[in-house]
Design a protein around this ligand. Structure first.
Ligand SMILES: [Zn+2]
Length: 242
């Protein structure tokens, strides 16, 4: 079955990236992906704008995330874009802008959902919490533990618990209010407008290439200039670190 293939791909990637049981922390995932050569770019493009993009130039894979959206949604988007690379070998895709087959979008969502909330992990979590049901408290706990939006948690719980119709009041619940009532941190349900990009890993990779003689000093300086850094200054700082 197609869906189970997607789930298997998500589980495989999870273990390949070194995530065992439990939740995937976004900071940890960021580091792991950067070590694998991904470049990540977070920018507040506005609440009504696209959620993310998967771009590839030669061997460089770039994932763009709109940090105007809530942190929970950003975490999901990151894995959605990862799915486009893993499953669809996509070169240039901006979600909600580049036309794409709806099935691929659904598949990327399902992959993200399985990657962040693996079936067995969710079952274990709800059993440990004695709440194997789809209600506000369980969904909030799953959301907070697995670091996803409330909505993503509701959808995944409904899938895993084989619930065909999600109660209307649950879909309309405010996670910010619920977080306050349950004494959970609201950070996942708010935007953080983060501006971030993987320049550190880019600089370190370039420096390593320079040290190994794979690129010339001229090339290194040019690369630094392209990302808005003074190459001589970067070299001084890095030499000081050695
Ligand atoms: Zn997409």
């Amino acid at each position: 079955m197609r869906m189970s293939k997607t789930e298997a791909a998500a589980n495989t990637l999870r273990s390949e990236l070194g995530f065992q049981g439990g939740a995937v922390n976004e900071k940890e995932l960021r580091k792991v992906l950067e070590r694998k050569g991904y470049f990540l770019f977070y920018y507040p493009f506005g609440n009504d704008s696209f959620s993310g993009a998967a771009l590839q130039d030669h061997n460089v894979k770039v994932i763009v995330i709109n940090s105007s959206h809530t942190l929970g949604r950003q975490n999901f988007t990151l894995c959605h874009e990862l799915a486009h690379f893993q499953l669809h070998n996509i070169k240039n895709h901006i979600d909600g802008i580049t036309p794409i087959n709806k099935e691929k979008e659904k598949e990327a969502d399902y992959f993200a959902s399985c990657f962040l909330m693996p079936h067995d992990e969710v079952i274990k979590f709800v059993e440990d919490n004695n709440s194997k049901k789809l209600d506000l408290i369980t969904a909030m706990k799953v959301s907070a533990f697995f670091r996803v939006s409330f909505q993503a948690a509701v959808i995944r719980l409904a899938q895993i618990l084989h619930i065909k119709k999600i109660p209307e009041d649950l879909l309309n619940a405010s996670p910010v209010k619920a977080a306050r009532l349950l004494d959970l941190s609201p950070e996942l349900y708010e935007s953080n407008n983060e501006i971030y990009w993987s320049s550190t890993s880019y600089i370190l990779l370039a420096y390593e290439a320079l040290q190994k003689g794979k690129i010339s000093t001229g090339k290194f300086l040019k690369m630094m200039e392209e990302i808005g850094h003074d190459g001589y200054e970067v070299l001084d700082n890095l030499k000081g670190r050695d």
